[in-house]
Design a protein around this ligand. Structure first.
Ligand code: PMP
Length: 428
């Protein structure tokens, strides 16, 4: 029975039962229309309302300032690894182009041939185009590898690699002063919460804050696995993205929160012919932020049903927490503290993977070292947990161990039950 299970899977994750019940009804017959939401046209008024309500509720819950746009996209977090590269490189090129035109005293771009601009820009691309990645776990590593695949490794700067300070393993975040950041990179990219490795940034990095001297830093963050669980200083970011399938809803939609000043009319997308002349990649149109923004996320067929589920999750969060995300944050911390406290109380039996300074509140990764044979101890742990309805605890296949994903849908009781099992397994 559903009520007997607390599912700690890392994503897709548990969804609140009332949301699923409402969605099940909407799937068959939405608001008495005789048609389900997965059948209604994405061009209908119904679809537009679902989309605009979800956008507005997300903005309310997270206090997203007015100078940001919310986009619903497809292609998942992995799609955004590519989309961020294509778009941010385009923006970098466009800004450089404007700078060159200004230096040449040209006010109208049409007064100069594209070949002349390309010659100037080619030098800048070769010498200066860099994207910085803070590699603190498997997902930021993957994103950096995608950038190197699309652009060539010479344009990718691994500003820090956390494995270097932790015996080749992820688990710590290197000190900011050790980061080797480029001057005016196309973006600085990081993953706020590393789902596989249980590493979360404690807060927004100081060195990435605008210092009012240089160009504004372009900061991009993957928040797929911790969005909606704590307050974020949105104004410090150029772009935040997240797949829906952990804290927001079900698999199928990816959300992008982007600063409007990175979109037209402030910045145009460079023409495909200019990008070709520069030897830079041109992204698929469905990954173009400009295109998706211009069409209010309906450039092509979007799964409105998935948006609806996300919208219902937001409605329920707004109803539960009058103080919005701050309320959820307090509970998320309480639940994580309970579980970590149980693990720490038995440090002879459990070893938390990440360092205390970078422990994720969302993905609690640990090893069970009760017997010499860790694998055997972990098998026993998982089997014992499943017997009492605590499921989905197996660590990611790439790292093994145990991972308890403590997303918003895990109730306080569910976390308490897990903490109690951690205690009792250690003590028997
Ligand atoms: N980023 C993070 C932090 C993730 O946890 C995941 C998926 N677990 C991804 C990106 C990739 O997402 P997707 O499977 O939607 O491509």
């Amino acid at each position: 029975q559903r009520e007997e299970i607390t599912y700690f899977g890392a994503g897709p994750a548990l969804l609140p039962t009332p949301v699923l019940q409402t969605a099940a009804q909407a799937l068959v017959n939405y608001n008495g229309t005789g048609l389900g939401l997965a059948e209604h046209s994405h061009r209908s008024k119904i679809a537009e309302d679902v989309l605009n309500t979800a956008k507005a509720d997300l903005a309310t819950y997270l206090d997203i300032p007015d100078d940001y746009e919310v986009l619903f996209m497809q292609g998942g977090g992995s799609g955004e690894f590519s989309a961020t590269v294509y778009n941010m490189v385009g923006i970098w090129v466009e800004k450089r182009k404007q700078k060159i035109l200004k230096e040449l005293g040209i006010t109208n771009g049409k007064d100069i041939s594209e070949d002349v601009i390309a010659t100037e820009l080619r030098k800048a691309v070769e010498e200066e185009l860099k994207i910085d990645y803070l590699v603190t776990g498997s997902w930021s590593l993957k994103a950096s590898q995608e950038a190197a695949r699309l652009l060539g490794p010479e344009h990718v700067n691994i500003a820090t690699d956390a494995r270097k300070i932790n015996d080749g393993k992820f688990g710590k975040i290197p000190e900011e002063k050790s980061w080797n950041l480029s001057r005016n990179p196309a973006m600085v990219y990081y993953c706020d919460n590393e789902t596989v490795d249980g590493v979360e940034f404690p807060g927004f990095p100081e060195v990435l804050k605008s210092n009012g001297q240089d160009e504004e830093p372009i900061v991009v963050a993957d928040m797929s696995s911790n969005i909606l669980s704590r307050r974020i200083p949105v104004k410090n970011f150029s772009l935040i993205f997240f797949g829906a399938q952990k804290n927001l809803g079900c698999t199928g939609v990816t959300v992008v929160i982007i600063k409007k000043s990175l979109l037209p009319p402030t910045v145009a997308t460079p023409s495909p012919s200019l990008m070709r002349k520069l030897g830079l990649p041109i992204g698929p149109i469905v990954l173009s932020y400009e295109t998706i923004a211009k069409n209010n996320s309906l450039y092509n067929t979007l799964s409105i049903f998935d948006v609806y589920i996300a919208g219902q999750v937001l409605k329920s969060l707004l109803k539960t927490f009058s103080d919005k995300v701050d309320g959820q944050q307090a509970i998320a911390e309480k639940k994580a503290n309970l579980i970590y406290a149980a693990l720490d109380a038995h440090s002879n039996v459990y070893k938390v993977v990440s360092d205390k300074s970078a422990r994720s509140r969302m993905n609690i990764c640990f090893r069970v070292t009760k017997s010499q044979d860790t694998n055997e101890s972990e098998k026993q742990f998982i089997a014992g947990a499943e017997k009492i309805g605590l499921t989905g605890l197996k660590g990611h296949r790439s790292v093994g161990g145990i991972r308890a994903s403590n997303y918003n849908s895990i109730s306080l009781e569910g976390a308490e039950k897990l903490a109690a099992f951690i205690n009792s397994f250690a003590e028997t």
